[in-house]
Design a protein. Sequence first.
Length: 121
Amino acid sequence: MRGMGAVLAIGLVASTAPVAAQEIMTLANLDGSCGGFHTGPSPQSDELIKVTFVNNRAEKVWPAWINYAGYFDVKGDEVPAGGTYSTYTKVGHYWIMIDGADWHCIQRIPIEAGVKTYVID
């Protein structure tokens, strides 16, 4: 069994598979437009809330949660023009909306207590 683990570990290190989005989506890897939206990692919080993002733009957007390490954790669900995206998050967390056509950051959304709907303009 140890031998199998070593073979798997070598395969993972030598693999040319893409890195997970959270690992590669640092501020340095994104478009220069994102610098003004990134204010650091999301703070720790215990208050869970369900929120809905409403896309009022003419283009699709990608929601990205700024995680506790400050990385852009881009969610796999694009939000089409006129569409919505609902998720659970915590009060105080930061979300960045990314333009689906050119990967420019377009809006920063801090989650507030009692606010359940956020409009993406």
